[in-house]
Design a protein around this ligand. Structure first.
Ligand code: ME8
Length: 494
């Protein structure tokens, strides 16, 4: 049987400042999905990276008295650290200032130009530098950018245009016929609603600043940063070299809901023009604070690296993946990290692991006894629910299913009181629990990679495949080693 491929991307972040919790959240979700597909045995390619060109970066670099290349070079270190700290298992980290990327952008431009979809004219209108996006008068809210709620800039300049309007009907037809290409469905409905008004052509070049890729036919012009940035998804798989076809189209562009328009209307119409198949898009929600939006201007952004250093990266991952229904907005609340750590990770998972391994060390000379897993426990694992939630990308529900099984295992320990048993009866209970822990480690591994690894290695096994989620596969006589405690309780209240 041919191995299924799965190509997943995150958005590429603006390195205008250090990464925030929203960036971390997107990468954690993408990483969980990538790891899940690897567990299924699929051939996975996972890319992330940085969107380093454009007026916004040019301005910030200038404010910091640095050439833009030096500025992004320094900033990129923080984004790479974020990936390392959070165990983000990417295959490629694309930066739009790389030579390979320029080649991909020029090829896309050549294709849309050859199609007759590029013309020269004058752009006059509103532009928000923060989101690097043009807005029509109707889209502004009291003359402000609808996303940043700040005044837009009026620009008037010579520009090349892409005949995006020409693709309006094709875009609507595509969205109507391919509902799974844009999820959740609320986002699809929003785009279809916005496509009810005539679609303007897109200004794809700028002349008023210099930080970007130059148009091949007119070097005074710089590519509009979104045309540049979106093409990173092709760069990463080797476009225009033929090998890109083994991965393209992407099976998931995981992005926030503020940039769905760019990833569907702009990106899809460019791809239609270039004659390339269309990727699927999934929009996650936003992480807000109880007091409202997280924003650099309010100075209230949460630093995910500091948070991981304080609580541990798997605790941060657990909080975000369990707390926020995937696809919806969520609220960041540090007190809830502590509660989930204490009640779910330390009291339930950590405690189960500690008890079972201690009992095996004490009663079975530290080796797995030989027995079969008790039906009482095997019946408690809702594997079908787990799998179907993963397939529907209901990550929070899938994780809840594993944690419900952890709870059942603790209940089983309490009911059976293995410390009071001996001989075969005791061995059966301890084998059942160790075998269940092995399965818990596999199911948790996409969400909490370090924890999955720690549990597996304490049982002397590897977490490699979803195929191993079957009871009774834990080999008897394997040596166990309890290792350090998985999660410490955090005593302080904030
Ligand atoms: O938009 N909660 O970059 P970016 C959750 N360079 N996600 C959030 C968030 C929050 N509070 N804030 C931002 C860009 N994000 C472009 C992308 S892709 C070709 C170019 C998400 O640094 C946001 O929705 O502003 C986006 O998906 C990602 O973080 C990068 O945002």
């Amino acid at each position: 049987m041919r191995c299924l491929k799965f190509f997943i991307t995150t958005a590429i972040d603006y390195p205008s400042s250090k990464p925030h919790l929203g960036h971390a959240y997107e990468k954690i979700c993408a990483d969980t999905i990538a790891r899940w597909h690897r567990l299924l045995g699929h051939k996975v390619y996972f890319s992330t990276g940085l969107d380093e060109h454009g007026k916004k970066i040019e301005r910030i670099a200038k404010k910091n008295d640095k050439p833009p290349q030096q500025f992004v070079e320094e900033m990129s270190v923080h984004f790479r650290s974020l990936c390392r700290v959070l165990s983000i298992s990417f295959d490629d980290f694309v930066r739009t200032t790389e030579v390979r990327h320029e080649k991909a952008v020029l090829e896309i431009f050549q294709r849309i130009d050859e199609k007759g979809d590029v013309y020269n004219s004058l752009y006059e209108g509103s532009y928000c530098v923060e989101c690097e996006t043009y807005y029509s008068r109707e889209e502004l809210v009291e003359n402000n950018c609808p996303v940043h709620e700040k005044p837009v800039e009026l620009v008037k300049e010579d520009s090349y245009f892409f005949r995006m309007g020409k693709y309006q009907k094709q875009l609507i037809d595509f969205l109507e016929k391919n509902p799974s290409h844009l999820l959740p469905k609320e986002r699809r409905n929003e785009i279809l609603e916005r496509l009810k008004v005539p679609l303007n052509d897109l200004s794809i070049s700028r002349t008023t600043f210099g930080w970007g890729i130059r148009l091949p036919n007119n070097k005074k012009h710089i590519f509009y940063v979104w045309v540049d940035a979106l093409t990173n998804y092709l760069t990463t798989v080797g476009f225009p070299k033929k090998r890109f076809e083994q991965w393209w189209p992407a099976d998931m562009h995981l992005i926030g809901r503020d940039i769905v328009w760019h990833h569907t209307v702009i990106w899809w119409s460019l791809l239609m023009s270039a004659g390339l198949p269309l990727p699927k898009v999934f929009s996650h929600g936003f992480i807000n604070l109880a007091s409202g939006k997280m924003s650099k201007s309010k100075g209230n952004v949460v630093d995910p690296i500091a948070l991981s250093e304080k609580y541990g990266s798997d605790v941060v991952r657990y909080f975000l993946l369990r707390e926020i229904p995937f696809g919806e907005d969520g609220v960041f609340d540090e007190q809830k990290i502590i509660e989930r750590n204490n009640f779910e990770l330390a009291n339930e998972l950590g405690n189960l692991h500690y008890r079972v391994l201690s009992l095996i060390e004490k009663n079975c000379a530290g080796t797995i006894p030989s027995a079969a897993t008790d039906n009482v426990l095997t019946k408690k694992l809702e594997l079908e629910a787990f799998r179907s939630n993963m397939e529907k990308y209901q990550l929070h529900f899938a994780l809840a299913t594993v944690m419900a099984f952890v709870k059942e295992c603790n209940k089983y320990v309490n009911e059976k009181e293995p410390w009071k048993l001996s001989g075969a009866a005791q061995e059966k209970v301890l084998y059942s629990l160790a075998d269940s822990l092995r399965i818990i480690a596999i199911l948790l591994s996409p969400f909490l990679p370090k924890t999955g690894e720690k549990i597996s290695s304490s049982l002397g096994v590897k977490t490699a495949s979803f195929k191993d989620v079957k009871f009774d596969l834990l080999p008897a006589r394997t040596k166990v080693s309890k290792g350090e405690i998985l999660f410490k309780k955090i005593e302080d209240r904030l």
